[in-house]
Design a protein. Structure first.
Length: 270
C-alpha cells in the first residue's frame, strides 16, 4: 500500500522537476532533498525502487534509469491493486538536482483551490480533465492528520471547520485526529483504500474528500461534472481516462540524450 501511494501520488505530476527520479535522492549535509520536503514526509516504499534498481544493475549496468524504473513500478503497482495497465515509454535519464523547498512551491498543495490547481496542472502541460482524472489517484494511500488539522479545527483562524466538509463527517475525523497530532495516518479513501477504483469520486461528491484540493473539484464546471460522472456511472470511463493521463504525465520534464545521468544507486547522485 505504501509503495502504491508513493508511485501514484508522486509520480511526475507531484515531482517538481518532472519524471527524472529526483524524489528518490537522499539528503546530504549540504542539501535537503525533495523526499524530505514537508509534502513528501509520508512517503514510503523507497526500498522497493532501490531493490529493483539493484537487480537491474546486476543484469545490465548503467542502462536503465531510476526514472524509468519508477514509471514502470507506478504502472505495475496500480495494476496489482486491480487498477488499469498502460504502455510506458522508456528512455528517461535521471536528474542530478533535488531540492526540498521545491516540493512546497511546485507541488499541488492539499489546501489549494481550484484556480491554483488548474494553473499548476496547466504549467505541466496537463488540462482540466487530467486534473480531475489524476486526482482519482487518491483512491489509495494515506496522509497525516497534521495535513487537515487546520481544516478541522481552525479554518479561518476562529476555531472553525471548513464549511466545504460534510458536517456529519467532521466528528469522525476529529475522533481520529487531534489538533496537534503529527503522527496518525488517515486513509484517503476510507473503506476502499487498498483497491484502485472509482470510489474516490463518490467520497468527493459526498463532500468527504480529505483535502481542500479534493473538495475544490466541485468548484469547477469540468471537474465537477467528471466527479459526478464517475460517481454515478461506477467509474465507467475512469480506467481508460487514467491510462491516458498517466501516459501524458510520464512525458513531463523527461531528460534524454546526454542530459542528466543513469544513476548507479537511485538515492545517490553519481
Amino acid at each position: 500500500m505504501h509503495i502504491t501511494r508513493f508511485v501514484i501520488l508522486l509520480f511526475c505530476h507531484r515531482l517538481p522537476k518532472g519524471c527524472d527520479g529526483s524524489v528518490l535522492i537522499n539528503s546530504t549535509s549540504n542539501n535537503q532533498a525533495e523526499k524530505d520536503g514537508p509534502p513528501n514526509l509520508s512517503l514510503r516504499g523507497f526500498q522497493v525502487i532501490d531493490a529493483a534498481k539493484t537487480a537491474v544493475e546486476a543484469a545490465c549496468p548503467g542502462v536503465v534509469s531510476c526514472a524509468d524504473i519508477l514509471a514502470l513500478v507506478a504502472r505495475d503497482a496500480i495494476q496489482q491493486i486491480k487498477g488499469p495497465f498502460w504502455p510506458v515509454p522508456l528512455g528517461r535519464r535521471d536528474g542530478r538536482v533535488s531540492i526540498a523547498s521545491e516540493s512546497l512551491t511546485q507541488l499541488p498543495a492539499p489546501f489549494a483551490n481550484i484556480t491554483q490547481l488548474k494553473a499548476q496542472f496547466a504549467s505541466k502541460g496537463l488540462n482540466v480533465k487530467d486534473l480531475a482524472v489524476l486526482s482519482g489517484g487518491h483512491t489509495v494511500g494515506v496522509s497525516h492528520c497534521s495535513t487537515i488539522a487546520t481544516r478541522l479545527y481552525n479554518f479561518t483562524g476562529k476555531g472553525d471547520t471548513d464549511p466545504s466538509l460534510d458536517p456529519r463527517y467532521v466528528p469522525k475525523l476529529k475522533s481520529i485526529c487531534f489538533p496537534t497530532d503529527k503522527t496518525t495516518l488517515l486513509s484517503m479513501d476510507p473503506g476502499s483504500s487498498k483497491t484502485f477504483d472509482e470510489d474516490y469520486y463518490s467520497v468527493v461528491l459526498k463532500r468527504r474528500g480529505l483535502f481542500e484540493s479534493d473538495a475544490a473539484l466541485l468548484n469547477d464546471k469540468i471537474t465537477s461534472a467528471y466527479v459526478k460522472l464517475q460517481a454515478q456511472s461506477h467509474g465507467k470511463t475512469f480506467f481508460k481516462d487514467f491510462q491516458d493521463s498517466m501516459v501524458k504525465m510520464g512525458k513531463i520534464g523527461v531528460l534524454t540524450g546526454k542530459a542528466g545521468e543513469i544513476r548507479r544507486h537511485c538515492a545517490v547522485i553519481n
